[in-house]
Design a binder for this molecule. Structure first.
Ligand SMILES: NC(=O)c1ccc[n+]([C@@H]2O[C@H](COP(=O)([O-])OP(=O)(O)OC[C@H]3O[C@@H](n4cnc5c(N)ncnc54)[C@H](OP(=O)(O)O)[C@@H]3O)[C@@H](O)[C@H]2O)c1
Length: 395
């Protein structure tokens, strides 16, 4: 039987407002995406060159000559890209709310997926976040801190509460549906064409939405099938066909997979008519998956990291890693911020999960740069330790 260990989806498993950062602390044009080496620049365009930084200034704090909607958008060769600018402006919304009040300051690092959809590089993870009042306070703290992306899944059994909370909170923050990015995932028990279509509709109705921003196949294996069973391959192929048809119907803006190895992706690409836009996998300095990252870059599949902080455990070896602690202390940042910035600086998006307001706030404050040496050191720890479930045995 396919095992579903802790850290991944198991069907059995399952405010005080934070202080606002001072205006001057926002580095407006200073953060730049790392420039890939020349040889791979063409292949990795999506990952590196479409990262933009968006700052929305409240009217009253705007200084003379400053634009209210500032962003940097570069295309290959470093030229400005007016078409992308216009698209982003439209996608991310204008700087005023419907009743003409200025919006909160929000700084987001975003990446453009191969579907053309703009996705924030930092989203809130919600695995094991359960209970109506907890979810409400977590989403409220996250919106206040500047999160605009939320990651859930059918097996987290919190879609309804997240939908309820967003419905209530978005107007309070002067936000609309189009201002946020919602991801959900197909449960391993719902593989197959028809079941996938139904599962998607179920998630949509739980979240009380008319469309999702991203829908992923959660796991390459099928619930209750053995890992080596060939039906896994057939059924997840059928699920992908269903996701393609949902995508073509316009009910989801991007589709992808999760926990897919290079083998699973190669298999999918043999018959796919849409290349997955995202592969959400465990990715951190203790579990690098270099080959998978290279493969995804080559195919234009955005790599999204989960368990960046080592999952929900008493003591996380990642957060206790001496190299991480050393860099954090030198930069006067927290170990969590160093781990998250290590990923986002490579163009990899992250989904830190927290129910603690100050953690939620600090996890999105990634307005600093690690040096190339820091990144190399963290990427060269030589540890290969998985903290979540392992899909490599799934046929
Ligand atoms: N696709 C998949 O199969 C899959 C698998 C696993 C996860 N995910 C997604 O990725 C998200 C994140 O992964 P994860 O849930 O495994 O956990 P994680 O984000 O790696 O770690 C969460 C743990 O870190 C703690 N934490 C958060 N911020 C912190 C900070 N600034 N300082 C110290 N500790 C901090 C949290 O405790 P506090 O609450 O006390 O802050 C919690 O115990 C999930 O919620 C889910 O959305 C997907």
């Amino acid at each position: 039987m396919t095992t579903l260990p802790a850290g991944g989806p198991s069907l059995d498993e399952e405010p005080t407002l934070p202080p606002r950062a001072p205006f001057r602390n926002f580095p407006r044009y200073t953060l730049r995406p790392p420039r890939p080496p020349r040889a791979s620049r063409r292949r990795t365009r999506m990952q590196y060159c479409d990262i933009v930084f968006v700052v929305v200034f409240p009217e009253k704090r705007r200084k003379k000559g400053e634009t209210s909607f500032a962003f940097m958008c570069r295309k290959r060769g470093g030229q400005r890209n007016p078409a992308a600018r216009a698209r982003l402006r439209h996608q991310l919304g204008t700087h005023r709310t419907a009743d003409r009040r200025p919006r909160e300051i929000v700084m987001q690092q975003v990446t453009t997926l191969a579907s053309g959809v703009c996705m924030p590089l930092v989203g809130l993870g919600t695995y094991k976040t359960r209970g109506k009042s907890l979810i409400y306070s977590v989403i409220k703290a996250a919106l206040q801190a500047g999160y605009r992306a939320f990651d859930t899944a059918a097996v987290y059994r919190n879609e309804t509460e997240i939908g309820d909370s967003l419905k209530q909170l978005l107007p309070e923050f002067g936000l609309e549906r189009k201002d946020i990015f919602i991801t959900s995932k197909l449960s391993p028990q719902d593989h197959g064409f028809e079941k996938s279509l139904q599962a998607f509709e179920w998630s949509l109705s739980n979240l009380q939405l008319t469309y999702l921003d991203l829908y992923l196949i959660h796991w390459p294996g099928v619930q209750k099938l053995k890992s080596e069973d060939a039906q896994n391959q057939y059924l997840r192929g059928q699920s992908w066909k269903a996701l393609e048809s949902i995508y073509k119907s316009g009910k989801v803006r991007a589709i992808g997979v999760s926990n897919y190895t290079v083998g699973h992706l190669e298999d999918l690409l043999k018959t796919a008519t849409v290349v997955p836009h995202v592969n959400q996998v465990e990715y951190h300095p203790h579990y690098l998956q270099k080959d998978l990252k290279k493969f995804c870059d080559l195919k234009g599949i955005h790599l999204q990291a989960y368990s960046s902080l080592g999952t929900t455990v008493e003591v996380s070896p990642l957060l206790q890693d001496s190299k991480v602690l050393c860099i954090a202390s030198r930069l006067s940042r927290s170990p969590a911020q160093v781990l998250l910035r290590w990923a986002t600086q490579q163009g990899v998006s992250v989904l830190p999960k927290s129910t603690n307001t100050s953690h939620i706030t600090e996890n999105i404050q990634l307005d600093f740069d690690l040096t190339a040496e820091d990144i190399a050191e963290l990427s060269g720890l030589g540890i290969s330790q998985k903290y979540a479930w392992d899909p490599s045995a799934i046929h």
